[in-house]
Ligand binder design. Structure first.
Ligand SMILES: [Zn+2]
Length: 120
């Protein structure tokens, strides 16, 4: 969420800086004023993003990453099963043969093609 807000703020800051630059280049006292205000707003947005990123960096983000990783691992374990006996097949029992993934079951010894691509 903070990344989306940050990206939008950076984009907004760039737009304001660009507008400010255009107005300043256009010249004239009024345009110079508008340009300065726009550039100021752009710099303000950049400052806000900087402060947000700095505040975010202080927080531990490892917790959410661990949850995502364990979730992906569970899904992968469910995805790879022996079609003959339904036993869960480990990564080491899966080999790439002729461009297709073949799994050799450690339980029943049956070699079969993997229909669903594993998520790695
Ligand atoms: Zn099996």
């Amino acid at each position: 969420m903070i990344k989306i807000v940050g990206a939008m703020s950076v984009f907004g800051g760039l737009v304001f800086l660009g507008l400010g630059f255009i107005f300043i280049v256009a010249g004239g006292p009024d345009n110079m004023l508008i340009g300065a205000v726009c550039a100021g707003l752009g710099l303000l947005l950049f400052l806000v993003v900087y402060l947000m990123v700095r505040a975010e960096a202080k927080r531990p983000t490892l917790v959410t990453q661990n949850i995502q990783m364990s979730g992906a691992g569970e899904f992968r374990e469910k995805a790879i099963q022996c079609p003959a006996c339904g036993g869960s097949v480990a990564d080491k029992d899966i080999k790439l043969i002729d461009g297709g993934l073949m799994l050799s079951c450690p339980f029943c010894g049956k070699v079969s093609a993997l229909e669903e691509q594993p998520k790695w």
